[in-house]
Design a protein around this ligand. Structure first.
Ligand code: GLP
Length: 237
């Protein structure tokens, strides 16, 4: 893992942007994308830049089950607002949260990824160490699946919804095995409430209880964190 400690999320976003630009220049054509507040500073730099993704494909990590693409809190809507409206791809895939057939949706999505192997994947980090929506305890070789969200994740995401009761309890998510097949991975984390998960991801044992810890075994991972998220690290980076 390459660990980059920056002053704040703005500086992290600039670095994240540079990694995207470099990957694009080096021939990456399939980009795995994430939602959440973390990647926004990177997306802001990208959408303000000259980068062109019109010959590229994007594949998003996850989507809430039960939310229509037009729902303002759906990850479809998030991606439109923060990325695709300004920087369209030739084709963008996001799981279909309205597909009630779990097997159909997860198989369909896994096939899309098999047909378009991900060159560059950006990830955020959950407070409990989750990546995508792969909660603690998820198998490391998991494929795209339907996830029951933990209370900690529901609580963390409630801030985006008018009412806590509106937060979906299920999501479709790429699996950890799916994510690990990406050729290059960038994971970003900002703020003190990520410090514990960051320390466990980088310095802790590789354990299912901290899904992101598996990234220690990936050959090409860059971690971008700010000072606050780096606070619990015990070694120098
Ligand atoms: N499914 C998303 C993740 O992809 C994201 O990385 C994480 C952190 O969110 P945030 O970046 O807002 O802290 O939580 C959500 O549950």
């Amino acid at each position: 893992m390459k660990v980059k400690i920056v002053a704040d999320s703005l500086a992290g976003g600039r670095l994240g942007y540079e990694l995207f630009a470099k990957a694009l220049a080096n021939g990456s054509r399939v980009f795995g994308l994430a939602t959440g507040s973390t990647p926004v500073s990177t997306y802001d730099q990208i959408t303000a830049s000259e980068l062109d993704f019109s010959h590229c494909i994007s594949i998003n990590l996850d989507e809430y089950v039960g939310l229509a693409p037009t729902h303002p809190q759906s990850y479809h809507a998030f991606m439109q607002a923060h990325f695709f409206k300004q920087k369209p791809f030739s084709n963008s895939f996001v799981p279909n949260g309205l597909n009630p057939d779990e097997n159909d949706e997860t198989t369909r999505y896994e096939e899309i990824i098999a047909n378009h192997p991900i060159d560059f994947q950006i990830l955020g980090l959950g407070r409990n160490g989750h990546i995508g929506f792969n909660e603690p305890g998820t198998e490391f070789d998991s494929a795209t699946h339907r996830v029951a969200l933990t209370q900690s994740t529901i609580d963390a995401n409630a801030r985006f919804f008018a009412d806590k009761d509106e937060v979906p309890h299920f999501a479709y998510s790429m699996g950890i095995g799916t994510i690990m097949k990406s050729k290059q991975i960038l994971i970003e984390a900002y703020g003190a409430n990520k410090a514990e998960a960051v320390q466990q991801m980088i310095e802790g044992p590789v354990t299912k209880q901290v899904p992101a810890s598996i990234l220690q075994q990936h050959a090409n991972v860059t971690v971008i964190i700010d000072q606050a998220a780096a606070a619990n690290l015990t070694k120098k980076y």
